[in-house]
Ligand binder design. Structure first.
Ligand code: UD1
Length: 426
């Protein structure tokens, strides 16, 4: 088991380039199963979720080759299985996209309930509601979700909850269904638009992504395509917050600033000076910071994936800030770890009350989910002394070489193999 050792009180300075979006990449890779032709995917992040997706594709019978620069060629002509291996599916949440993709390709799929970050209850009832409306039969048997459709037919589906996963999964299944599918109350995230762009390049007819009504006219066959994944807005936001929290000065390149609107607005409200260009964002050295009231919501609201990093920034702001989590019920597991570092945070239901302005101090802490883990890395960079973080496999699931890139910007983070003395009592 590896852990990170962070020497605190270092400022983030320089320039960093942003990778392809994890949450788009994890959907466009399964989407390639919807055609028997070759699909090329460029600008993929080198993170463990992507490695696992490639392993699942191979296990299903696809040929996958990775070019030197990291671009992926997927040839799904030889796909012979509709059963993704449970031990891989269990590792991450986005494996649920094999439901829609294999249903569209093979008319059936057998898959365990997906794994992934523990953010409280994460049901998939809206995905199932969509598949069922399209004529599929869904059974839960010995922990496996078995979905089968003699013929998938377009349907009018109103999502009860705004769900990124359900919106994309229904889109995948509908791309080759007979007739027209309408998704109402759809999620509007940029990653959904990105997946639709690939599907349309393959010959699908998807319109309306980015709005809350998506229409998909099914086609009988899809062809090959090449696709460049959009930049990761959550990685961008993480670097913005890391620079702002440490009082640094950072140019973040290869981004789509529009996708960061809610984050830009909230950081400016907090007093962080920012300069914005066509494909870059610069975090400038800051003076005084002001308390803020942050509420997470589906896009274009403030992203729940940046709630934990933002909370770390707010621990540095004199006065009382509020952070309300409105997307996931159990997404405050980082709070206990931050308290071990001296943060003054009180939880009241879905709201965290942060009394900021005090110096964080180092402590042995544990990442329990991906974004919470990134937040703890930022906290470690602010702290007095040497902070040790275990559970970093969560961080590796979604950030490519995070500590190496931060080190190039002035951080002092070391990855070490864990020994008993680091975490006494274990
Ligand atoms: C995706 C992102 C995740 C992000 C989240 C919200 C991926 C791989 N992950 O997760 O990083 O934090 O969107 O922006 O893209 N819900 C139901 N029933 C369902 C589906 C969802 O009740 O069938 C609820 C969830 O429990 C949650 C809310 O809807 O409270 C939003 O979930 P959803 O948008 O589906 O999140 P994910 O797709 O899991």
């Amino acid at each position: 088991m590896e852990h990170l050792v962070i020497k605190g009180k270092q400022k983030i300075r320089g320039a960093v380039s942003i990778n392809g979006a994890k949450n788009a990449a994890v959907a466009v890779i399964p989407a390639s199963l919807l055609t028997e032709s070759r699909v090329k995917i460029e600008n993929l992040p080198k993170i463990t979720d992507i490695f696992w997706l490639i392993e699942i594709l191979k296990a299903l019978g696809a040929k996958v080759s990775v070019e030197e620069g990291g671009d992926l060629w997927i040839d799904s002509a030889g796909v012979h299985s509709f059963k993704p291996p449970p031990e891989l599916v269990n590792k991450f949440r986005a494996s649920y996209y094999f439901m829609g993709a294999l249903l569209g390709r093979c008319g059936q799929v057998e898959i365990p309930m997906p794994g992934g970050c523990n953010l409280g209850p994460r049901p998939i009832d809206q995905h199932i509601k969509g598949f069922t409306a399209m004529g599929a039969r869904v059974e839960l048997e010995q922990g496996l979700v078995k979905i089968k459709a003699e013929k998938l037919r377009g349907a009018h589906i109103y999502l009860d909850v705004i769900s990124v996963g359900a919106t994309i999964n229904i889109m995948l299944a509908a791309a080759r269904a007979e007739g027209k599918t309408i998704i109402e109350n759809a999620a509007k995230e940029p990653e959904i638009v990105d997946v639709a762009n690939l599907l349309n390049a393959m010959g699908a007819q998807v319109i309306g992504t980015g709005t809350d009504i998506i229409k998909i006219r099914g086609v009988s066959e899809l062809g090959g395509a090449e696709h460049n994944v959009i930049p990761d807005r959550i990685e961008t936001g993480t670097f913005m917050i890391a620079a702002a929290a440490t009082g640094g000065d950072l140019l973040i390149e290869d981004v789509i600033p529009k996708h960061l609107d809610p984050v830009i607005a909230k950081l400016r409200e907090t007093g962080v000076p920012l300069a914005i260009g066509p494909d870059w964002i610069k975090v400038l050295p800051r003076n005084a910071l002001y308390p803020a009231d942050v509420k997470t919501f589906p896009y274009p609201g403030f992203p729940t994936d940046l709630q934990a990093p933002m909370m770390v920034l707010l621990t540095q702001v004199p006065g009382v800030s509020l952070v309300s989590e409105n997307v996931f019920e159990g997404r405050f597991r980082h709070v206990d770890e931050l308290k071990k570092m001296g943060a003054r945070i009180k939880l009241e239901g879905r709201t965290a009350i942060i009394e900021g302005g005090s110096q964080l101090i180092s402590a042995p802490i544990k990442a329990t989910d991906l974004r919470g883990g990134a937040a703890l890395v930022i906290a470690g960079m602010l702290a007095e002394g040497e902070t040790t973080i275990e559970g970093i496999e969560h961080i590796d699931r979604g950030y490519e070489h995070l500590e190496e890139r931060l080190n190039l910007l002035g951080a002092k983070i070391e990855r070490r193999i864990m020994t008993k003395d680091v975490f006494p009592g274990k």
